[in-house]
Design a protein around this ligand. Structure first.
Ligand code: PEP
Ligand code: MG
Length: 584
């Protein structure tokens, strides 16, 4: 691929959402966007049967391609990849994609590509009505499958270019399907950037597991960047620089080297204990969503699972998972973690995490509605099934129960009664479970933080869910883009609620953890340590960076500065004081 001279081109930057950190410098390879090339034409009556055969053949080819990709998945490929490809196969073979377009070809006499595109648009419109963000994003899977069929219909080659000797290649796509990405992985691309995708899209999930810098939601990268142009991808900042000038290029080469050296150094910390300079032990736990995430937690050296978001087992399906299915999932995590603690959070459905948007109740303020523990208390049969499954799994490891969204002690007591009832039902059957299982509560509503001592008295441990705590204390819907700039973990009110909760737990000798996103932000580690936090739980990819921060922290030095930050009600003073704290 010819490398255009950087000096002869106009340099500009595009901003998106960085979903996987790191810096890559290389030449752009534009992945075609077949959907844009579809045109509409009438097929003569005599040729309709042939058009249908052409469509069937294309679907067959895609099926064969996807099955081949799945079969040839490298052993070390992340487990979710095979599941992604299976999902695409399911979508491909669904009546809506493999049959309905044929009816349209017959009824309207249109070409196969056009019929497929019309059908796709109908399906996408249906997906867009879903309130649940995760389900809404699944429309991308439909688009990706359709894109594949259309590429075959249009006769686009599906191979990827060979990597040039002297420079890295950066994929620039409108969107990437997991199946595309795994093929691309074998060609060792340096990074990928896409026009669409959100932080919870499959593309983003995949990017993180492939561990290459990536940016999504760039809007028009595919139109603005030309094939072969030199680009810099800064996954840390979510910025793409196209045709950088000499100085920018030199600067980024340096940053890239530093980043790579840092990553190598970080890996060496995997087995190092997280101990501060003054000798205080800190626990660094992992947040997981599905049992397969345990491998990432272990690879990062997590000393436990601090938050297992069980609601993901309940999503994307019409039937609730039964006790046995839940038991198997919880047991597999407990066994995989051996003697290390596994904190299983009971069902946190509702608001942005609906099980099935088709049947979801509509309410004006779902985040303030019947969600999490409120939902469980109003549906005791569902709750008891989950509690029995967790308790049974506790026989196979070191499981703890975590209750989300508690707002009052009455609610907590009702919950404890149901836990007792689940235990009694197991006793009656002589089933094994850990009789001393610990029960903790999430502090994620300001009311609970203000009454943290009362909760600490009745519970074995507390875990601060800062994502919701910030949402509820600042009155900012965490799913609403228009107010996301106001979402600020450093707001003095948030800091006071967090510190107050940690203090309450420490006073009563009950462990306190932070399991919201704040825990994984390295720049907040010292502040939380200074507030007295000794347990953090975060996405596995953040553990080593936070550990490095902890290894360099000296509690006697940082505590007074953290207290000073706590003392200010002036939001503008917090950031400079935090910088000072991080320089200590
Ligand atoms: C939180 O609210 O901080 C939390 C960890 O729970 P979730 O993000 O699942 O609501
Ligand atoms: Mg929460």
């Amino acid at each position: 691929m010819a490398a255009p001279s950087p000096a002869s081109k106009v340099s500009f930057s595009i901003h998106g959402v960085g979903v996987s950190s790191g810096i890559a410098i290389g030449h752009a390879h534009l992945v075609s966007h077949a959907l844009l090339e579809v045109v509409h034409f009438q097929v003569p009556k005599a040729l309709i049967a042939d058009e249908i055969i052409r469509f069937d053949k294309a679907v067959k080819t895609v099926k064969h391609d996807l099955e081949t990709v799945r079969r040839l998945l490298p052993e070390k490929a992340p487990p979710e990849l095979s599941a992604f490809i299976s999902t695409h196969l399911m979508i491909l073979q669904d009546h809506a994609l493999s049959e309905t377009p044929k009816q349209m070809i017959k009824a309207e006499g249109c070409n196969a590509e056009w019929a497929l595109k019309q059908q796709m648009e109908d399906l996408v419109a249906q997906f867009e009505k879903f309130e649940d963000e995760y389900l809404r994003e699944r429309k991308q899977d439909v688009i990706q499958v359709v894109e594949r069929i259309i590429k075959v219909l249009l006769g686009h080659p599906s191979q990827v270019p060979l990597r040039s000797q002297e420079s890295a290649i950066i994929l620039v796509a409108h969107d990437l399907s997991p199946a595309d990405a795994i093929q691309f992985k074998q060609h060792q691309f340096a990074a990928f950037i896409t026009d669409v995708g959100g932080a919870t899209s499959h593309t983003a999930i995949l990017a993180r597991s492939l561990n290459i810098p990536s940016i999504v939601a760039l809007q028009r990268a595919r139109t603005l960047v030309r094939d072969g142009e030199l680009i810099i991808v800064d996954g840390n900042q979510g910025v793409v620089i196209v045709n950088p000038d000499k100085d920018t290029l030199a600067e980024y080469k340096l940053r890239q080297e530093q980043w790579e050296i840092e990553q190598q150094k970080l890996k060496r910390l995997k087995l190092t204990k997280a101990v501060t300079l003054d000798g205080t032990n800190i626990e660094l736990h992992a947040n997981i969503e599905v049992p397969e995430d345990v491998s990432h937690a272990k690879a990062a050296g997590a000393t436990g699972i601090g938050l297992y978001r069980t609601e993901f087992l309940f999503m994307n399906r019409r039937e609730m998972p039964g006790e046995e299915e839940q038991f198997q999932a919880y047991r597999s995590v407990a066994e995989a973690m051996k003697d290390l603690p596994v904190t299983i959070r009971t069902l946190d459905l509702g608001a942005d995490k609906e099980m099935n948007p088709d049947t979801a109740r509509t309410c004006t303020n779902p985040a303030l509605g019947l969600r999490a523990i409120r939902l469980c208390l109003s549906e005791p049969a569902i709750f008891l099934t989950q509690l029995r499954a967790i308790l049974r799994a506790s026989h196979y490891g070191k499981i703890k129960i975590l209750i989300p969204m508690l707002s009052s002690i009455t609610e907590l007591r009702q919950t404890l009664v149901l836990i007792e009832r689940a235990k009694q039902s197991l006793d009656a059957e002589k089933s094994h479970y850990d009789k001393d299982i610990q029960v903790g509560g999430m502090i994620e509503i300001p009311a609970a933080a203000l009454c943290a001592e009362a909760f600490a008295r009745e519970l074995d441990f507390l875990s601060i869910g800062t994502n919701d705590l910030i949402q509820y204390s600042l009155a900012i819907d965490r799913t609403d883009d228009t107010v996301s700039h106001l979402y600020n973990p450093l707001h003095p009110a948030v800091l006071q609620l967090v510190e107050m909760t940690i203090r309450a737990g420490n006073k009563l000798g009950k462990p306190v953890s932070v399991c919201g996103e704040m825990a994984g932000e390295a720049k907040l580690a010292r502040l939380l340590l200074g507030f007295g936090l000794r347990q953090f739980s975060m996405h596995p990819s953040q553990i080593l960076t936070v550990k490095r921060e902890i290894l360099q922290s000296d509690l006697p030095l940082i505590t007074p500065v953290a207290r000073k930050i706590l003392g200010t009600q002036d939001i503008d003073r917090v950031e400079p004081l935090l910088q000072k704290l991080n320089l200590q």
